[in-house]
Design a binder for this molecule. Sequence first.
Ligand code: FES
Length: 113
Amino acid sequence: MPPPYKRHVFVCTNRRPEGNPKGCCASKGAEEVRAAFKEEMDKRGLKGGMRANAAGCLDTCAFGVAVVVYPEGTWYGGVKVEDVPEIVDQHLVNGRPVERLMMPFSRKEKAGS
Ligand code: FES
């Protein structure tokens, strides 16, 4: 199914050279996180209606692996492969963002909205 998707996940897979002070999501396992999103989405038959894309730097490097989910605009940080099934089940399928994995500013936005 073409866009618009019900939910669209962007995973920063940006890679910087070793020793760069900003670090990067690739060195924290971003490719594996993206692959886990694709796999978990496929397992649940979500392919077509939802999509997980690789993204360049999302400018939240300190919180990597950085993930943002639209249309809500929910930002997740420090995402690990083992967190992905929870995000897929709770947020992508049931529409309930996973509070404990949200970046601090995303939590505040939610509280203020
Ligand atoms: S390198 Fe991932 S947010 Fe910057």
